[in-house]
Ligand binder design. Sequence first.
Ligand code: ARG
Length: 460
Amino acid sequence: KEAKLWGGRFEESVTDAVERFTESISYDKQLYKQDIMGSRAHASMLAKQGLMSTSDRDSILQGLDEIERRIEDGQFVWRTDREDVHMNIEAALTDMIGEPAKKLHTARSRNDQVLTDFRLWCRDAIDKVVVRIKHLQIALVTLALKNEGLIVPGYTHLQRAQPVLLQHLLLAFVEQLERDAGRLQDCRVRLNFCPLGACALAGTGLPIDRFMTSDALKFTSPLRNSIDAVSDRDFVLEFLSANAITAIHLSRLGEEWVLWASEEFGFITPSDSVSTGSSIMPQKKNPDPMELVRGKSARVIGDLVTLLTLCKGLPLAYNRDLQEDKEPAFDSVKTILGMLEVSAEFAQNITYNRERIRKALPAGHLDATTLADYLVKKGVPFRTSHDIVGRAVALCVSKGCQLQELRLDELRSLDPVFEEDVYDFLGVENAVKKFSSYGSTGSECVANQIDYWVTKLEIK
Ligand code: ARG
């Protein structure tokens, strides 16, 4: 067996079970790019500070280039007995260039190294998620543009409430996604500080320049406190929290579409390209992608909870438990990227069934609140008008008709304030036209929202 890089004080080698149990190379190898980037910055700083010669630095830099090339060509052999990505790369570098490689770990610990890698990885991952969020926003706005003027029932308690423009509804999701992206960007600002040089926990007495490595890696500045630098995981907790919130938004979007695709609603038809069938029921066409978006939100929440639970109760500073921080982060990012991608594809492949929706609109007295507002405009106090319209609805229920089908004398029997102009307020088309408050579903307000997003998202 090869001696461990830390093996000096040990007389026995670890058992196979311990080796298998403690390794992280099987998954942390995906930090290789960040690890190499960090080592390049570190070696350059050590040379500048006189802690290694420039020729040692050059052989290290060349060796790292070669290792990166081999990893990307699939020629690099990852070894479990070398534990993790950091030791695999350092040991391979030693195999390749010999003595100079032994200077690379000067004034560095795996504790600050892994966090440098991980923060760089998260920074990159955030940028990817933000781009996907924007793609979904564009898909939703495009879907809205295709369905201008379409009125749909708005629900509360999943019961018919008031008529709304479909565009208004879709833009509600766009707003949520905008805040999701904002949370990620805030998180990016807070995480972009450099742990490198914190070493094991206490820093070092060697004359390093942490500002130089921080700048080279495009961090804002080095973290102020070396103990904090190697202990903290709140940057990734925050990232996974933001992902969990996004996942919930996508899950609700998924639920909406799954519901609307059912026979009972029948408001949307997803194209075959985003549907799947049943192995037994030949007639089935299921909206599986959005069901899975809903389902996978569970994983993203789980990843956050895993990490929260992992950190709870850990004493400062580094503890090996913290090696368990990577898999939930990798899983959360992979899952949310897939959820965002598939939601955008679904949005591109939905048809709203205008005729079916139009036929469904008369049910549920969606115009009742507009009628109450009509009475308010005539000077009736709202509580009184609520009661009058409530009795009008009861009359409709007993007659099996809609509000607009009540005769003027029937309305007047409830309250003499009704006049002929009441019919301008009844029926969903009329009712939608009456909305005018800022942010409402009135067509002008919605057109303003559409303009805002078309400009902001640069949709042509
Ligand atoms: N693979 C480890 C991790 O991900 C690297 C840090 C190990 N540090 C240590 N002192 N054993 O956390």
